[in-house]
Design a protein around this ligand. Sequence first.
Ligand SMILES: Nc1ncnc2c1ncn2[C@@H]1O[C@H](COP(=O)(O)OP(=O)(O)OP(=O)(O)O)[C@@H](O)[C@H]1O
Ligand SMILES: [Mg+2]
Length: 251
Amino acid sequence: MSFIIAVAGKGGTGKTTVASLLITLLSKRKDGAILGIDADPNSNLAEYFGLKVKEDIGSIVDSVAKNLGSIPVGMTKDRYIDFRIQTSILESDGFDILAMGRPEGPGCYCYVNNLLRGLIRNLADDYKYIVIDNEAGFEHLSRRTMRRADRLLLVSDSSEAGLRAAKRIIELIKELAIEIKNIALILNRAPVGTEHCSAPAIAEVGVETIGVIPEDEGLLNLSRQGKPITCLEESSKAFIEVKRILDKILS
Ligand SMILES: Nc1ncnc2c1ncn2[C@@H]1O[C@H](COP(=O)(O)OP(=O)(O)OP(=O)(O)O)[C@@H](O)[C@H]1O
Ligand SMILES: [Mg+2]
């Protein structure tokens, strides 16, 4: 069974940055196959690596539904969708990426959710590590398809709103009975020496703070220049801190 690390939190707090750095660091360890799941239809995990996923699951489901004639003779619709999804997985250097997207057809959600749940269960046998970049607020696809994770990393800035969102996600996880072994908070872009200002709100979240990532000049430059995360210097503060977090998780 794979080791699943899920990343969630309020919009714009650094989820995809953390997820893509974790994938980069895991692939450097050369310790088994890694799958990144982009569960956020509004963002693009692959783009952080300068890559492009051919097709996401939402568009596969839509195109098969619109084009039932395209299903090969002797194959059921489910088998065909499953096959298309398998071939949509982007294979990169040291890791693979699967994008969930969002189906547009009406009433497709339940069907896609069930399909994905089964798929993630099967994929779990093929990959040693799975990193899931969830949608902000954990509201839509992600919460119904993710049934278990070994680690949930809640990313937040030091704002009240960010920390409240993290707390809300923990409540949702409990309501939905998602099986998560360990939940931890990552404080991102926290101005150095100001963590104590948010201490009451952090205590309210009620989980361990596993790391504090400072504002990082290297990350700012990457997004200014549209460069992939793999160009981030290993000496950058964000790289060092996410490495420390990963080491802690895997120890
Ligand atoms: N520690 C940091 N220092 C500097 N810039 C950062 C830091 N963390 C994230 N950023 C920048 O903030 C922006 C938003 O980060 P990111 O895309 O990871 O957030 P997100 O939570 O995935 O957003 P969304 O909810 O839109 O998916 C990016 O341009 C990223 O480079
Ligand atoms: Mg994102």
